[in-house]
Write a protein that binds this ligand. Structure first.
Ligand code: HPA
Length: 272
């Protein structure tokens, strides 16, 4: 694993004149607009990067972008890999490993998700304070390389509490509604049935989606602190459940992404 990571890191470092990112950013479905805020210095399509899987889903363009946001160096994944596309958990999380070895000190993640908390509305933002994995697999299963991280990583603070506080302070100042809650990860690709949403609410979920958790597990394994925001694109709340399509998700995400982008930009420029 380390050999593969090193090979990819060496390729990227050469292509980017040894660009040193301070933070990594993963952009979720319909949430690629943050890229417009970046002064891009290097752009590498996934298909050109050794050992990188290639993204296939609509709404994901598949590029690694290196540049500045809010005066800080960042590496941005525009488009991510999902388990439902057929990749292994290790493949899904591989770019996070690479970002860590490129030098990131913090990981920012966004995703589109279904809201189950009755206080949520479409277009709302939820900062993750915890997660529950309903995935049938874990990216750390298999031989562990102690150089990368411990066999049994701690998960007592999956999302950085200080950064969550700072996000609330900023959201309040800007007048953004910002919920906080627990994200449940599922494989997809089906959206949930009404009974499944009800079940996920009962076990403690506020939002449900098909990403984020494998990436956060690998980041925490390597000691990288994480901050994640869900954009609520549909509702899994009794009485409010409607037919949902991928297009609905993209549309709702695009509407909310301005607020999300502004929070990410603020946190990176002021607190990284
Ligand atoms: N469920 C799972 N994943 C999702 C949803 C949802 O309702 N909305 C966007 N991604």
């Amino acid at each position: 694993m380390l050999t593969q990571i090193q090979e990819t890191v060496n390729y990227i470092s050469e292509k980017t004149s040894l660009f040193q990112p301070n933070a990594g950013i993963i952009l979720g479905t319909g949430l690629g607009g943050l890229v417009r805020e970046i002064e891009a210095q290097f752009v590498l399509p996934y298909e050109e990067i050794p050992n990188f899987p290639v993204s296939t889903v609509e709404g994901h363009s598949g590029k690694l972008i290196f540049g500045k946001i809010g005066g800080r160096n960042v590496v941005v994944m525009q488009g991510r890999f999902h388990y439902y596309e057929g990749y292994s958990m290790q493949q899904v999380a591989f770019p996070v490993r690479v970002m860590k070895y490129l030098g990131i000190q913090f990981l920012f993640v966004s995703n589109a998700s279904g809201g189950m908390n009755p206080a949520f509305e479409i277009g709302d933002l939820m900062v993750l304070n915890d997660h529950i994995s309903l995935l049938p697999d874990n990216p750390l299963i298999g031989k562990n390389d102690k150089e990368i991280g411990p066999r049994f990583p701690d998960m007592s603070e999956p999302y950085d509490r200080e950064m969550i506080k700072k996000a609330h302070v900023y959201a309040q100042k800007e007048g953004f509604k910002l919920h906080e809650g627990v994200y449940i990860s599922v494989t997809g690709p089906c959206f949930e049935t009404p009974a499944e949403y009800r079940y996920m609410r009962i076990i403690g979920g506020d939002a449900v989606g098909m990403s984020t958790v494998p990436e956060v597990i690998c980041a925490r394994h390597m000691g990288v602190p994480c901050f994640a925001i869900s954009v609520i694109t549909d509702l899994g709340i009794d009485g409010k459940i409607q037919e949902t399509t991928h297009e609905d998700v993209i549309k709702a995400a695009s509407k909310a992404e301005v607020k999300m982008t502004s929070i990410f930009k603020h946190l990176i420029s002021e607190h990284i």
